[in-house]
Design a protein around this ligand. Structure first.
Ligand code: NCD
Length: 306
């Protein structure tokens, strides 16, 4: 048997593997019935130590649509974690019962640690303010499908670039694609960390604080929520929470074929009125998330469609 594969950071997948997963996701979208039994007899475990809607439901829907089954918890207090059991022992136990595990945890590094003690594939579904590789696959599939490929775009990331793990993972991954320009739009307090910027070619990005200044240049606008749960000081959150609010009026300056993405959940950063703009693709993006997770599960479990 080949060595068990985990997905903790986007770089755990080779560039070619990422492209294969995206292509497989597109095939699944076209003909889902060919994959309806790919995971028959397999069990996916979801361990969510932090709240989730899209990530957990899309993983569960993905496994069910592949003909597999699911077990897990979305409330750690209902498991022996509440009695003080370590993540290490929890994953060893879960690995006895299931074939693949998905973990979300508020502490950075916990999914990596869990993977070291697991003989089944472990997927990081978000660890603190660090990484969120399956949202990255979701975002890449959205860009690839709706912007016809993953090169020659100017991409604006707007909001909480300091704590937003989806931004960290996505930028790290986009560094592997060619001819992209990045505009990082955030208040000075919420700038993108240096260790992420270091992945990018010099001259391929700028950092600014005004969304209005960037708007007309963008092919893709990636909005993010200010990550309240990561702030040590609630006062600081209150001061920054409404730094950016995207409205129809602001969008008048944008290209007609720009797309507006958001990993969701949104709080206040995109006005509801924007949902009716054809450029708003964030709910489509959530749907792509299910298909790309189907492709990922197939890849990690080394199973096949028809
Ligand atoms: C994101 C997350 O959990 O990091 N949501 C998601 O997984 N779709 C973004 C966020 O919480 O703001």
């Amino acid at each position: 048997m080949s060595k068990v594969r985990h997905l903790i950071e986007p770089t755990d997948l080779k560039q070619q593997e990422i492209e294969e997963i995206l292509e497989l996701a597109e095939k699944i979208m076209e003909k889902p019935e060919d994959y309806a039994e790919a995971c028959k007899g397999k069990l996916l475990a979801t361990l969510f130590f932090e709240p989730s809607t899209r990530t957990r439901f899309s993983f569960e829907a993905a496994m069910l649509r592949l003909g597999g089954r699911i077990i897990g918890f979305s409330e750690p207090n209902s498991s022996a974690v509440a009695k003080g059991e370590s993540v290490k022992d929890t994953i060893r136990t879960i690995a006895c019962y299931s074939d693949i595990a998905v973990i979300r945890h508020p502490k950075e590094g916990v999914p990596r640690l869990a993977s070291k003690y697991s003989d089944i594939p472990v997927i990081n579904a978000g660890d603190g303010g660090h990484q969120h590789p399956t949202q990255t696959l979701t975002d890449l599939l959205t860009m690839k499908s709706l912007k016809k490929g993953l090169t020659k775009h100017t991409i604006g990331f707007c909001g909480d670039l300091k704590f937003g793990r989806t931004v960290h993972s996505l930028v790290k991954s986009l560094a592997g694609f060619k001819e992209l320009s990045f505009i990082f739009i955030s208040p000075p307090e919420l700038k993108i960390p240096d260790y992420i910027k270091e992945e990018l070619e010099e001259g391929s990005y700028i950092e600014i604080s005004s969304l209005d200044t960037a708007m007309e240049k963008l092919d893709i606008l990636y909005m993010t929520r200010i990550q309240r749960e990561r702030f040590l000081d609630e006062g600081e959150y209150m001061r920054l929470k409404d730094s950016y609010i995207l409205t129809n009026e602001k969008l008048q300056a944008a290209k007609k074929d720009m797309i507006i993405m958001h990993p969701l959940p949104r709080v206040n950063e995109i006005a509801d009125e924007v949902d009716n703009d054809p450029r708003a693709v964030y709910f489509k993006q959530a749907k792509y998330g299910m298909y790309v997770r189907m492709a990922l599960i197939i890849k990690l479990l080394e199973v096949e469609g028809k």
